[in-house]
Write a protein that binds this ligand. Structure first.
Ligand SMILES: [Zn+2]
Length: 118
């Protein structure tokens, strides 16, 4: 079973039309993280080590994800030809706002627990 099917067994995904992300490549983490931008940090686009962005829920927390494969947890960031950023797997904050969401093609998909199925 694919990860996506497995997830949709317990969650439904809600596209949030108000929340989209652009992206920018940076050699170092930014001093100030702008809204609606995913910072892909590394010496060059082939050796990224971190993705940083403001939480889409509006709590204003900066989320920093490791893109280093041997880290646990770690994420993968891809940018399409159209310039839309995808982060995989989902982001599930274990502190603060506890938001659970995907960034796929620059758009935010909220993972909403589906009580009808559980
Ligand atoms: Zn949040």
């Amino acid at each position: 079973m694919s990860w996506f099917k497995q997830l949709t067994r317990w969650f439904r995904l809600l596209l949030d039309p108000r929340r989209t992300y652009g992206h920018t490549f940076a050699e170092d983490p930014p001093d100030e993280v702008a809204e609606s931008v995913v910072y892909l940090i590394g010496d060059d686009p082939a050796t990224l080590w971190s993705a940083q962005f403001k939480c889409p829920c509006g709590c204003r927390e900066t989320i920093a994800l490791s893109l280093i494969p041997r880290d646990d947890p770690s994420w993968r960031a891809t940018v399409t030809k159209q310039g839309n950023v995808t982060l995989y797997p989902s982001v599930w904050r274990i502190k603060g706002c506890r938001s659970h969401f995907f960034i796929r093609d620059g758009r935010v998909l909220w993972a909403i627990e589906d009580k009808r199925i559980a």
